[in-house]
Design a protein around this ligand. Structure first.
Ligand code: C2E
Ligand code: MG
Ligand code: MG
Ligand code: MG
Length: 285
């Protein structure tokens, strides 16, 4: 009976697993053409000041408009891009898009431009010896001030040192800012702050969710804010969805936040209007 059960399980799940592998291979093949076919595009999510809500920066987030699958989430295709190495050309592409856009905002909006442009870099990109040169060339070509570019990395990518850590140090030496993304969820949160140059902690959404929840959860968000202040790092609260979370985060010492409560990731054209100061009450109609 056990054998029969095993067999029926195989029959039941086997084809599904195959279908999954085929789907994965198909996504990989299609992704390799997505860049050439103009199917990839970038959205920008504001990072705002607390409590004013002013746009201080934006995070570039990649999207894939697939001809038949529709909008594919980066949560699905970025891991595929990492495994196949496609993240290297895709990452270079989004970096150039974001720096070009950042330089354009700087010249068209002046003081009102989002001061910082954040771009995610995956572990695979940090292992690529050419990456530092790609960043340096992109900054030179687009004219974006290096201090206005933030590269977001994860703790896990640089945990263990090696080439990834060397890359991050070289990026920092270019004048680029380094943010630790999803802070608190990785391998080595605190030790890393001694070895890796870091300017910004992006506090993971799971802790932000907790600030209006249990005392224990809130204690973590509080501690991260205190560490950031003590080490003179910026702390950005990620994934803020409610007014209650925003006001609690302010009480806990957060001065920067990002989340659907303030703005979703938006096309570049929708960012500029958000940067326009509120019309003054005394200005002529
Ligand atoms: P991430 O870098 O931590 O980006 C933040 C994610 O949280 C984004 O998801 C954003 O849309 C989402 N988010 C922001 N505010 C809220 C909120 O209030 N509630 C909720 N539920 N979610 C919120 P997205 O755009 O789907 O990206 C997911 C992940 O994919 C990113 O997480 C990043 O790890 C990766 N990714 C996206 N674009 C790129 C890229 O250009 N390069 C690389 N290497 N990874 C990327
Ligand atoms: Mg990020
Ligand atoms: Mg994040
Ligand atoms: Mg995240």
């Amino acid at each position: 009976a056990a054998k029969e059960l095993g067999k029926s399980r195989w029959v039941e799940y086997g084809p599904e697993l195959d279908a999954h592998a085929v789907e994965h291979a198909q996504i990989a093949a299609e992704l390799s053409q997505a860049l050439d076919r103009d199917e990839l595009f970038v959205l920008y999510q504001p990072i705002v000041g607390l409590p004013d809500g002013d746009v201080r920066g934006v995070e570039a987030l990649i999207r894939w408009r697939h001809p038949t699958r529709g909008l594919v989430s980066p949560v699905t295709f970025i891991p595929v891009a990492e495994r196949t190495g496609l993240i290297v050309p895709i990452g270079a592409w989004i970096l150039r898009q974001a720096c070009t856009q950042g330089a354009q905002w700087a010249s068209s909006l002046g003081d009102r431009a989002p001061w910082k442009i954040s771009v995610n870099a995956s572990a695979r990109q940090l292992l690529e010896p050419a990456f530092v040169g790609v960043v340096a060339d992109t900054l030179a070509d687009t004219g974006l001030d290096p201090a206005r570019l933030t590269i977001e990395i994860t703790e896990t990518a640089v945990f263990g040192g090696g080439r990834a850590l060397d890359t991050v140090r070289a990026l920092h030496a270019l004048g680029v800012k380094i943010a630790l993304d999803d802070f608190g969820t990785g391998h080595s949160s605190l030790g890393l702050l001694r070895t890796c140059p870091v300017d910004v902690l992006k506090v993971d959404k799971s802790f932000v969710d907790g600030v209006t929840g249990t005392v224990e959860q809130e204690a973590i968000a509080t501690s991260i804010s205190e560490i950031a202040q003590a080490l003179r790092l910026e702390a950005v609260a990620e994934g803020v969805e409610t007014a209650e979370q925003a006001s609690r985060l302010l009480e806990l010492g957060y001065r920067l936040a990002q989340g659907f409560y303030f703005a979703r990731p938006l096309p570049a054209a929708e960012i500029a209007p958000l940067c326009t100061p509120e019309p003054s009450l005394t200005s002529p109609a």
